[in-house]
Design a protein around this ligand. Sequence first.
Ligand code: ZN
Length: 63
Amino acid sequence: MIPRHAKIKFNGGRGALLCNTCNTIIRQNFDPHTIEDKKWYCERHTNEINSPRPQRSGEELRR
Ligand SMILES: [Zn+2]
């Protein structure tokens, strides 16, 4: 299974689960097949997502 949402980095067959926002390693040395394929966040970003702050409006990033 290839995860679509979870950010997983492989180091020599071992997985590292990364925060979707800042790439902080959340978990290491686990079997990638056992984790849920969803967006994972570190503690800090989990808190931010649970209490979102209003962002500046009127500014759009276009790429
Ligand atoms: Zn984070």
